[in-house]
Write a protein that binds this ligand. Structure first.
Ligand code: SF4
Ligand code: SF4
Length: 160
């Protein structure tokens, strides 16, 4: 699998927002360490539910999300190139990054590759997709919070 820049990808996004009772836009369901067996079971259930949707509806939604993410990837990669060389605290080392229910519905509906597990099976583990300071998942397969996250340094660049 192609290695892609860790960049923006990560998420310790705003760790303080998770579990604080603050309202966030995404579902918190499944946002926790998950063992392999439960991961397979969740995906199996979602696949069964999705199979009842019109194929045309699924295809349209997936395509739009995928295209939007690819569009974003080019731009986020540029920010990554600017900020990563001087980064002293890689956000992917955060322990609160997980796939959530929305991510799993999206990934299941793609009907192809699905990441082999939750980001970690134990709370203390590092993200299983972090290798050599880089994320080994293409952006379209990452938790959504990793797709859009801009760290402080990147926000600084963005606002210039
Ligand atoms: S904190 Fe910022 S610069 Fe460092 S890895 Fe995360 S997104 Fe990249
Ligand atoms: S999946 Fe893991 S390694 Fe990849 S961007 Fe998210 S936190 Fe970083």
């Amino acid at each position: 699998m192609t290695l892609v820049g860790i960049n923006s990808s990560s998420t310790a996004a705003r760790p303080e927002a998770f579990g604080s009772g603050e309202k966030v836009e995404e579902s918190g369901r499944y946002r926790r360490p998950i063992q392999a067996e439960e991961w397979r079971s969740i995906l199996g259930d979602l696949e069964e539910t999705l199979s009842r949707l019109e194929r045309s509806v699924r295809g349209l939604l997936d395509k739009r999300v995928e295209e939007g993410t690819q569009w974003l990837d080019v731009r986020m990669a540029k920010y990554c190139d600017l900020t990563f060389p001087t980064c002293e605290d890689i956000c992917c080392n955060g322990k609160v990054v997980f796939f959530n229910q929305t991510d799993l519905i999206y990934l299941s509906s793609l009907g192809g590759f699905i990441p082999p597990g939750q980001t970690r099976t134990k709370a203390s583990d590092p993200c299983r997709y972090l290798g050599d300071n880089r994320c080994c998942l293409p952006r379209v397969f990452r938790p959504y919070v990793c797709v859009w996250f801009l760290c402080e340094a990147q926000m600084g660049v963005f606002q210039k």
